[in-house]
Design a protein around this ligand. Structure first.
Ligand code: ADP
Ligand code: MG
Length: 754
């Protein structure tokens, strides 16, 4: 009976309101959204602080120490306006020092010699320690002691400290762990901890969402113990044990939500109104002919495998939701076209949506070329399609006369209606908002006036390789495929990290050699001009985060162009390209470079996309240590697109800087997936940029990529659970279902679109 779930609707202390005197504290707790005992117990400490030894303190550094008081006294304050000072001699097993408390004369009485203290503050270089937060040893939280955090009056602060048994805090010399709650106006971390202590008895009522079997096989404590360990840790291990347990639950719920969405999609086969897909299972005709004789090249093994998988997906009665990852040039378009032709040969329609007009145009051209002689009625629809042409296209989409359409957002405008959209491909799906993806995914019936009741099969494509950890956290409900193998004939780009003046001179020599041989090259700079803020785009924020000293000393494209024209590259034709130029100017520069009129393109990262000049064989990246791994990888993909051997020179100035590890990764690896994994591994907590987009910052307790293994465990467990009980209706899963609904609401049952 002990394993049986206890329904959490039983009368519980968790629902009791917190009893607080009206005033600052009550208001503060209200602003934290903490009204009941249960809510309080779920309010987790933001971080915890591990103590240093006195001997290990370094001047100027914030640190926490656990010490004893040897002597304490008030310093006389001579001048008016000087803050009253309490000085204590404190010590631990490694040494002693002078601790200084400001503005709190009463501490002389409170912290008698022999008192155990946890202090947070900064060591100065004269053996002093300026205390900013303090707590007596039997108290597991730190008091804010400066006047700035809302506790300056001292009175409220004072009264919130209660004596508790010493055994709630461990007392190893180091390893004293102190729960720390983010302070808000009116509430200090100490006050929260004090309330937490009085609520501790209610921990026994905390519902246990994890089935006993799961807890046992994962070796995890129950929820109540985990919360206790977080709020009242005895040591670091304790805390980590509690954190892991809560993180596991968090990750498990997320994966359950993903997998149930997926299961929900496939269980809707019964009625077309609920979203059954077009079943594309007729014997291949057009697509087969095309694969056999229409292709100008032999498919790679990866391409063949993914095509097979997609063929299987399309035969299912529920809509495909597949993410296809493959670097630029890996040949995703062929795979997409296969899916589209499957739709066409069933008399249905297919659409491909790209994020920019240029990309849409390129896709359309590639598709036309790939389709070859096969008779497929296709069209291109973008924002600049003339009104009359647009009208014509819309008419033919509605009538079904057009089988295949390529376009931009223009494809999802309300008046665009398909007759039978069976396959929708979204290129660079991350560049579209969820709404836009859904809009295309819904086909048209949801928008009214549509004829087909079926949602299309969806293929999402991205050139950004995503490590598995990230993919699980972000796209856990999509099936995934990858093209890792580059089409044959693609070469590995000789990549070198270059540091120092001698090596730099040699780099220019290499560039000139190539130019003399008739090749072309790129020089990439992080800035447009010297007086300028970084060039626009999210990648710069990444670069900025990687660079500790801002943008000083970074090369700018405009200045480099001038310098090189008069210096190392004198006599060659140089052309400028950056995001600050007008569209027209940019097009002219690109055309000049593509035609071979210019030898060298001096550019910012705008060349990352859309430039394909097979004759370019050298790329020189300035301040390379400032760029992220994926960005450098994308950049270097601009060379080596032709028959000639290509080189990428990464100019870095600090061989020991954190950026150097990234450069080394690029030198050693050419596989984008491998690089993405290395990148994730190199990034540390706090260094993750754009975590929101990356999907890593979405957790309350879990911390990725550090918890990658835990995520894998949670995923595997979620798969097991959903396999046997997708609706979570078995008695042992009921509380898990409750937790899922509390966390995600009804949304847990909705499909998501990447
Ligand atoms: P991406 O994955 O960047 O979209 P594309 O599908 O545009 O790549 O393919 C890049 C180029 O490689 C195209 O010109 C395409 O025709 C060609 N290509 C694709 N697959 C192969 C292959 N198996 N062998 C040779 N060339 C290929
Ligand atoms: Mg492409």
């Amino acid at each position: 009976m002990s394993g049986a779930p206890v329904r959490w609707s039983r009368p519980s202390r968790l629902d009791d309101p917190l009893e607080l005197p009206a005033g600052k504290l009550a208001d503060g707790m209200e602003s934290l959204g903490l009204r009941t005992v249960g809510e309080l117990l779920e309010h987790l400490p933001r971080d915890s602080r591990e103590a240093r030894t006195v001997a290990a303190l370094r001047a100027g550094e914030q640190a926490t120490v656990a010490v004893w008081v040897r002597a304490i006294g008030a310093k006389s304050v001579r001048r008016a306006g000087m803050r009253p000072l309490v000085e204590a001699t404190v010590f631990d097993g490694t040494g002693s020092m002078r601790a200084m408390f400001f503005n709190q004369p009463w501490l002389v009485q409170r912290y008698q010699p022999g008192t155990r203290l946890v202090l947070r503050g900064k060591a100065d270089d004269r053996g002093g320690f300026r205390v900013s937060h303090h707590a007596s040893g039997s108290d597991a939280a730190l008091n804010g002691s400066s006047g700035e955090d809302g506790s300056g009056s001292g009175g409220a602060e004072h009264s919130s400290v209660t004596d508790i048994p010493g055994d709630t805090v461990g007392f190893a010399e180091t390893g004293v762990v102190v729960a720390h709650y983010p302070a808000v106006v009116g509430v200090t971390s100490t006050q929260i901890l004090t309330l937490m202590r009085s609520a501790r008895g209610a921990l026994g009522d905390v519902p246990e969402a994890l089935p006993a079997a799961t807890r046992v096989s994962e070796g995890l404590p129950d929820r109540a113990s985990a919360l206790a360990a977080m709020h009242f840790p005895r040591n670091r291990e304790d805390l980590e044990m509690g954190r892991v347990r809560l993180a596991f639950e968090e990750l498990l719920l997320m994966q359950l939500a993903f997998l149930r969405r997926r299961a929900g999609r496939s269980s809707r086969q019964a009625t077309p109104r609920m979203g059954a897909a077009h079943v594309l299972d007729e014997r291949p005709s057009l697509s087969e002919r095309w694969l056999q004789s229409g292709l100008p090249f032999v498919l790679t093994g990866d391409q063949r495998r993914v095509i097979e998988t997609i063929r299987g997906d399309l035969e299912q009665p529920h809509a495909m939701q597949r993410l296809l990852m493959g670097e630029v040039g890996s040949g995703k378009t062929v795979v997409a076209l296969y899916a589209m032709l499957r739709a066409v040969e069933h008399g249905c329609q297919a659409a491909l949506m790209a994020p920019t007009e240029t990309l849409a145009e390129q896709h359309f051209a590639t598709l036309q070329q790939l389709i070859g002689v096969e008779p497929v009625a296709g069209a291109l629809l973008t924002g600049s399609t003339p009104a009359r042409r647009r009208k014509d296209i819309l008419g033919k989409l509605a009538s079904g006369e057009l089988s295949l359409i390529v376009g931009t957002h223009a494809l999802i405008e309300p008046d665009v209606k398909f007759r039978t959209l069976a396959v929708a491909v979204i290129d660079e799906q991350h560049r579209f908002g969820v709404r836009q993806r859904v809009a295309l995914g819904e086909g048209n019936p949801a928008r009214g006036g549509g004829i087909s009741p079926h949602p299309p099969h969806m293929l999402h494509m991205t050139a950004t390789p995503i490590p598995r950890t990230l993919a699980l956290a972000r796209y856990g409900d999509l099936e995934m495929s990858a093209l890792r193998e580059l089409p044959s004939g693609r070469q590995v780009i000789d990549t070198r990290a270059v540091a120092g003046e001698v090596a730099r001179a040699r780099a220019y020599e290499l560039l000139r050699e190539q130019l003399r041989a008739g090749r072309q090259g790129y020089v990439v700079c992080p800035l447009i001009d010297e007086a300028q803020a970084p060039t626009a785009g999210e990648d710069q924020s990444e670069a900025r985060a990687h660079g500790p000293e801002g943008w000083v000393g970074q090369r700018a494209a405009t200045a480099e162009l001038k310098r090189l024209t008069e210096g190392e590259l004198e006599g060659y034709e140089l052309m400028l390209l950056h995001g600050g130029m007008r569209t027209r100017e940019k097009q002219e520069a690109m055309a000049a470079f593509a035609s071979g009129k210019a030898d060298v393109l001096v550019a910012t990262t705008v060349i990352e996309v859309g430039i394909d000049v097979p004759n370019a064989t050298v790329m020189l990246v300035e301040n390379a240590e400032r760029f992220g791994i994926s960005q450098l990888h994308q950049l270097r993909g601009r060379v080596g697109r032709g028959e000639h051997r290509a080189t990428c020179l990464l100019m870095g100035s600090h061989p020991t800087s954190p950026g150097a590890a990234r450069l080394r990764a690029l030198v050693e690896h050419s596989d984008g997936f491998r690089l993405a994994e290395i990148d994730l591994g190199l990034r540390k907590e706090g260094e993750l940029v754009g975590t929101r987009q990356s999907g890593l910052g979405q957790f309350e307790v879990a911390c990725l990529p550090q918890d990658a293994l835990l995520l894998e465990r949670a995923r595997a467990r979620a798969e097991t659970i959903v396999a046997v009980d997708p609706a979570l209706q078995a008695p042992e899963h009921e509380l898990l279902g409750d937790a899922l609904e509390r966390k995600f609401g009804a949304e847990a049952f909705e499909p998501i679109w990447a």
